[in-house]
Design a protein around this ligand. Structure first.
Ligand code: MRU
Length: 341
């Protein structure tokens, strides 16, 4: 289990693993202000939908480290700042809405801080619990000896420590199942090779790293029994926003008769979003593509389009794994039923 951050009670600061340096360096930063957390989320030092929700929740508590004449307004300002950092993952606004709901202007600063901290801790521990259940439900879809392909990162550091898509793979050994993984490199920022291959390797899961463009070839060769990915936001009809390249994988899985599973905590389902058309897709700077490997790999001035996420239509999704069970199409009904449990 690798949580991406730790709240330090004695200093009221946050220790945050700088994920941009993985797997070469494991550097823990000490964050002391919401502005520092906002920078960390924007710069992807903390990344992955559940992790940025948890990070933002704790980040808002940092607003109360120093005394304020109006502590409630200081927290409101921190929440507004943190919410503006990234648009696609719904966990960010979901977690901050929970924190905002705890603000009481009449309450003294120390009591307000304690209440916000308790809520941030609850968000984190609920996610940890969700990860355990996701792993158990996901594992029920997999047989020993299977090979699972995954994209981007959906393990411990993308969550509170257990992961979503990776949870079943990591739990497999406890259940006496032998699973192996193909991991997409995940261009342009290489979350697959930098983070997923590192996390699965540490958990003892046999990993084969491929570039994104090899996925069709390995599926055609019959080397993949299932695809499992996480998500940044799932619309109420089952459309899935996840890391760019997920849609192509779903199309390939469909063509090759490979089941395509999405593993998410319920906090990633946006019941207010009817379908994927309304989901804002974050666009990032051209340099992620033109200088992605630390040096220039494209002509100067070339026009670049760099969407960080794509939408996989619900019709390509075999099942959505949640902590409350497994949803099957039609998702507009099955996702609502799981929410009620
Ligand atoms: O841009 P990132 O690294 O934050 O994108 C992360 C992803 O798209 C993950 O696959 C997704 O958040 C699932 S997290 C369990």
């Amino acid at each position: 289990m690798s949580p991406p951050l730790k709240w330090n009670d004695s200093t009221s600061t946050i220790q945050l693993l700088d994920q941009t340096l993985l797997p070469v360096e494991e550097l823990w930063l000490e964050l002391t202000a919401p502005e520092e957390m906002a920078e960390a989320i924007r710069a992807l030092r903390v990344r992955g939908a559940p992790a940025i929700g948890i990070a933002a929740a704790y980040g808002s508590v940092l607003a109360l480290r120093e005394p304020h004449t109006d502590p409630a307004s200081a927290v409101e300002a921190a929440i507004d700042l943190l919410e503006s950092t990234r648009p696609t993952a719904v966990n960010l606004s979901w977690a901050l809405r929970r924190i905002r709901g705890k603000i009481r202007p009449e309450v003294p600063q120390a009591a307000l801080k304690a209440s916000l901290l308790a809520e941030a801790r609850a968000i984190e521990s609920e996610d940890l619990d969700a990860g355990r259940h996701l792993g158990r439900h996901g594992l029920s879809l997999l047989e020993s000896g299977m090979s699972v392909l995954t994209h981007c990162h959906a393990g411990g550091v993308a969550t509170s420590g257990y992961g979503t898509a990776l949870a079943p793979l990591i739990m497999a050994s406890e259940a006496d199942k032998r699973l192996s993984a193909y991991v997409d490199e995940t261009r342009p920022l290489l979350q697959g090779s930098r983070i997923t291959a590192w996390e699965l390797g540490r958990a003892g899961v046999p990993v084969t790293l491929i570039t994104d463009s090899m996925a069709g070839h390995v599926m055609a060769a019959g080397r993949v029994d299932a695809v499992i990915v996480g998500a940044d936001r799932v619309a109420s009809n089952g459309d899935v926003a996840n890391k760019i390249g997920t849609y192509s994988l779903a199309v390939l899985a469909n063509v090759h008769g490979v089941p395509f599973y999405v593993s998410v905590p319920l906090s990633t389902i946006d019941y207010s979003m009817p379908d994927g058309d309304g989901i804002i897709i974050e666009e990032r700077v051209p340099e992620e593509i033109t200088h992605g490997f630390g040096r220039q790999t494209a002509p100067v001035g070339v026009s670049v389009y760099n969407p960080a996420f794509d939408i996989t239509p619900a019709r390509l999704v075999t099942a959505i794994i949640t902590e409350n069970g497994i949803a099957r199409p039609p998702y507009s009904e099955s996702l609502v039923a799981l929410r009620r449990q």
